[in-house]
Design a protein around this ligand. Structure first.
Ligand SMILES: [Zn+2]
Length: 299
């Protein structure tokens, strides 16, 4: 009997379920939990952009949680929230901030099925949590890995999973037109983007790592094509990143250049250590350094 050959995603899933892939977040997660418990002021950073009909409130976690973002879209009468943080401590900060805005949370959306965007959804368990059927299926397939992550951090909150069925294409959030698109096989298997034309805003989530190291296990050509597609958006003013602060459209050029360089470095280096050193040297100020631990899965 021949041994089955696993594709890249199956390898990652297998590694994750074996508990191997956790190193990137395991250490930083513990540090972050401890730090956020000790801190009285908010550990994350809120940035606010008033964009006409909507206000974007972005919560960016500290470097210890790889600068992962939750974006709150405030319309006249309601809130729509995209992604829910990795650690409960940061998710509870987002929840408290959202509640302070004094408007009902209409829905929480999952952009893609990676744990740093989903596990904190437990803090929103009273809110409808939705995503596309494809992202829902990705999440379903990763349930064991999610439970492993939670166990590592001593997180005993029940896993709160999204419902599928979110429609793609045009919709309305509190009277504001929103276009939801699904990008296949880029940073994740499926990633939703949210475009609000009248605000000149695209929430790109993990298609954009802004001033931060990008997850090195994506499909680089498809990912670059997705960034080029976002760059071609009419009247684009602001891009909501998955990691790093919301950015001007020029950050898309930076992200494309980074991905090209990252792929060249990884394919031309003899081992992960050499590649990580080259990436760190070329981008010494970049956040999300913990993501470089995933480079080893390219060897
Ligand atoms: Zn992420």
């Amino acid at each position: 009997m021949t041994k089955p050959i696993l594709n890249r995603r199956q390898l990652i899933t297998a590694a994750a379920s074996a508990g191997v892939i956790s190193t990137a977040f395991a250490t930083t997660g513990k540090v972050a939990q401890a730090a956020s418990h000790a801190a009285t002021p908010m550990a994350g950073m809120i940035t606010i952009h008033k964009l006409g009909a909507v206000t974007l409130h972005s919560y960016t976690a500290p470097e210890a949680s790889a600068l992962v973002n939750t974006h709150i879209i405030e319309t006249a009468n309601e809130l729509h929230i995209i992604d829910a943080q990795f650690l409960q401590s940061f998710a509870s900060e987002v929840r408290a901030y959202a509640d302070s805005l004094g408007k009902p949370i209409k829905q929480l959306y999952l952009s893609h099925a990676h744990p740093d965007h989903l596990l904190g959804a437990a803090q929103f368990a009273d809110v409808p949590f939705v995503t596309s059927d494809a992202v829902r299926a990705d999440a379903e397939a990763s349930t064991d890995m999610f439970e492993d992550r939670k166990a590592q951090f001593g997180d005993d909150t029940p896993l709160y999973m999204p419902e599928g069925g979110l429609g793609l294409g045009a919709t309305s959030w509190g009277g504001v037109a929103v276009e939801i698109a699904e990008i296949k096989d880029a940073e994740a298997a499926n990633t939703l983007t949210f475009h609000i034309p009248e605000a000149g805003l695209v929430i790109a989530q993990d298609l954009l790592y802004a001033n931060a190291h990008a997850f090195p296990l994506g499909n680089t050509p498809n990912w670059i094509a997705a960034l080029e597609g976002i760059r071609a958006t009419d009247d684009l003013r602001l891009v909501g990143a998955g990691h790093g602060l919301p950015a001007s459209p020029g950050a898309l050029d930076d992200a494309i250049a980074y991905l090209i360089f990252q792929n060249e470095v990884i394919t031309s280096s003899g081992d992960a250590e050499t590649a990580v050193a080259a990436l760190s040297e070329a981008y010494p100020g970049y956040g999300g350094a913990g993501l470089l631990n995933f480079v080893s899965y390219r060897y």
